[in-house]
Design a protein around this ligand. Structure first.
Ligand SMILES: Cc1ncc(COP(=O)(O)O)c(C=O)c1O
Length: 406
């Protein structure tokens, strides 16, 4: 777990934790949606705007050169963060959604190809495949979880055949925090000749991810869920695959040359980064990656797990409470999704908010799972490196009081 003195130091980096809201401290348990940002990230972004607010890769003046260098450094930092072989394998995007859509629109699919997802995908890793199905005759299949809401490796193996072109799965679920056995899945898929993409929106911020060790083909993440600026993200792709793929968006910075009726594309990553980019965002995101590495990914994972254990144990002592996801708390990382019987999940979230405790309520963009299980929604507390035991205790005290109102 992160020590108390280190936690204090970490928390002092987050202005909103120091300043609170309405003159009172906040308990922020909504990092699965957007994390808070430390001043180091804001500082890196401000530096761009104040010291070299120009365009990368185009202008040869001093400011253009500086932003090009900073962007290249940000790409190298991120490649290291993910364990990529080359910086060119890192494409800056706006978010996970864009990364997944980039693959859906740029990888060559043919009629009859199969794409497999799981039964608890965020809409960002479900709708692109439904659209592809509608447009190109690609078949979208779902591997259903076990009764304990774990990934069903046996069922998955049975679904493998020559037609499976891509397996695209949520690495850690935003619904319940469950992390699937990615290395085993990749091995099975590769033995079958299929590619694998992981939706890493909820894994990369919270645990060690090494794309090379996992041997995953594509990995998408969002910067704003990992201490980075809003509207930033990364798509990792193996170099040889990116080389083959046709970008779905073209324009400035994607080509070496063009005539009135032809063009020559640049190499990856540039051919996928069309138009002027969010340089401050990418540079801020690299600073976020450095911040996480400095604290230590394993330490962060352990810290969230300990907090979740504490919360889950006490939550289940409230008779009317139930938790969504695997029974074993160690399988649910830093996410606690729950309902209080007889109470609307939005009402619970509003009452928590009245106490400056911020959680998320609803279907968390996993409508398909909630519809399939006939559950209208839930409350979700999602934790991060700045949360404390004291906050967990206060949250549970307030929640116990809310539950007594039933
Ligand atoms: C697992 C998962 N995938 C994808 C997304 C989409 O992320 P973004 O909106 O940043 O593209 C989210 C967002 O909550 C998520 O939790």
């Amino acid at each position: 777990m992160i020590s108390e003195s280190e936690l204090e130091r970490i928390r002092s980096d987050f202005p909103i934790l120091k300043n609170g809201v309405g003159g009172k401290p906040i308990i922020y348990f909504d990092s699965g949606c957007v994390s808070l940002r430390p001043r180091q990230v804001m500082h890196a972004m401000n530096e761009y705007y104040e010291e070299y607010p120009a365009c990368a890769g185009r202008s040869i003046h001093k400011l253009g050169k500086k932003v090009s260098d900073k962007l290249a450094e940000a790409r190298r930092t991120f490649a290291k963060f993910l364990g990529a072989r080359k910086a060119e394998e890192v494409i800056f995007t706006r978010n996970t959604t864009e990364g997944i859509n980039l693959v859906a629109h740029s990888l060559k699919f043919s009629k009859g190809d199969v794409v497999i997802t799981s039964d608890r995908e965020h809409n960002s890793n479900l709708l692109p495949w439904q659209l592809l199905s509608k447009r190109s005759g690609v078949e979208h299949k779902i591997v259903y979880s076990t009764d304990n809401m774990e990934f069903d490796l046996e069922k998955f193996k049975e679904m493998m055949n020559d037609n499976v072109k891509l397996v695209s799965l949520v690495h850690s679920s935003n619904l319940d925090g469950y992390t699937l056995p990615a290395a085993e899945i990749v091995k099975i898929a590769h033995e079958n000749g299929s590619l694998v993409m992981l939706d890493g929106a909820q894994s990369a911020p919270h645990r060690q991810v090494d794309v090379r060790k996992l041997d995953v083909d594509f990995f998408a993440l969002s910067g704003h869920k990992m201490l980075g600026p809003a509207g930033t993200g990364v798509l990792y792709g193996k170099c040889e695959l990116l080389e083959e793929m046709e970008p779905f968006m073209l324009g400035g910075d994607t080509v070496q040359n063009s005539t009135y009726n032809s063009y020559v594309l640049l190499k990856p990553p540039e051919k996928f980064e069309a138009g002027l980019q969010n340089y401050a965002g990418s540079i801020g995101l690299a600073e976020a990656a450095r911040y996480i590495e400095k604290v230590g990914k394993e330490k962060i994972e352990k810290h969230e797990h300990e907090l979740n254990k504490l919360i889950s144990e006490r939550l289940l002592k409230i008779k009317s409470a139930s938790i969504i996801g695997p029974k074993q708390v160690e399988l649910r990382s830093g996410v606690v999704s729950f309902n209080i019987e007889g109470m609307n999940f939005h009402d619970v979230a509003v009452m928590l908010d009245e106490n400056n405790i911020m959680v998320r309520s609803g279907q968390h963009c996993v409508h398909s799972w909630f519809n399939a299980h006939n559950i209208p929604g839930c409350v979700r507390a999602s934790l991060y490196l700045y949360n404390t035991i004291d906050e967990a205790g206060k949250f549970l005290d307030v929640l116990a009081g809310i539950a007594r109102l039933r």
